[in-house]
Write a protein of this length. Structure first.
Length: 247
């Protein structure tokens, strides 16, 4: 699985970071409200899949899943947190996420040699715009602020994110697809986990949350969007720097 010591060290270090984020409370799984947590553990996984092999990427996905499983065993309280004690919910989607992220990265990497980096930048812009639109419409149902104020704040946040993305991509046009990979892979991760929850434990979606559709929409509009934004902003400069150092 490891061709040399450098690969072993890289995977070991990323695995240690994943376990640290998983097992230290409110570090990798940040609880916003009871039963609703945002994970940033997918970020070191994304960094890893962009610099290691397919098998090593699957190993990182397994470590991510085991970390989620151990975290649920240690401190799960709400029904949705207790559901992650089932490996089909905590482990399998994370392995699939790592595999999807690896394939997406290499597909976009191949495409990037044939198209302009501007295409990748516009892709990020469109996905961010759609995600922030979902977030904005969901916030309208939660807060008492004027809709105009909410949309102005969303618009300013969108412009800030675009400026940050362009700043890193401008001097590394060959790596413009990294932001697209981080954004798309994170959204896929959210979809995989929610799908596993609905398929494996559908009973408490109808009894506790009043239906799976409303819950999935609310999580995609909040957790999914925020996790995707965090991945895009954090993963892009890290991977670009690592690739420059390791080349």
């Amino acid at each position: 699985m490891f061709k040399n010591t450098k690969e072993l060290i890289i995977v070991s270090m990323i695995s240690a970071i994943i376990f640290m984020l998983s097992l230290i409370p409110n570090l990798g799984f940040i609880t916003l409200f009871p039963g609703i947590s945002i994970t940033i553990i997918h970020i070191p996984v994304l960094v890893g899949v962009m610099i290691v092999s397919r098998r090593q990427s699957l190993l990182l996905g397994l470590v991510f899943g085991l970390g989620s499983l151990f975290a649920a065993l240690m401190r799960a309280v709400s029904p949705i947190e207790l559901a992650f004690i089932n490996p089909l919910i905590s482990v399998l989607p994370r392995i699939l996420f790592a595999w999807f992220a690896y394939e997406i990265f290499h597909i976009l990497s191949a495409i990037s040699t044939k198209v302009s980096p501007v295409v990748s930048i516009w892709f990020v812009r469109m996905i961010l715009a759609f995600g922030l639109y979902l977030l904005g419409t969901y916030l309208l149902t939660l807060v008492s602020l004027s809709p105009i104020i909410i949309w102005v704040l969303i618009g300013l946040f969108y412009l800030l994110l675009i400026m940050i993305t362009i700043r890193y991509v401008r001097h590394n046009k060959a790596q413009a697809f990294i932001a697209s990979t981080a954004l798309l892979s994170t959204l896929i991760h959210t979809i995989l986990v929610l799908t596993a929850l609905v398929l494996v434990r559908p009973e408490f979606f109808n009894t506790t949350f009043g239906g799976a559709v409303d819950l999935i929409y609310s999580i995609m509009a909040t957790n999914g969007v925020l996790e995707a934004i965090a991945a895009t902003v954090i993963v892009t400069p890290i991977v670009i720097t690592l690739k420059e150092v390791t080349q």
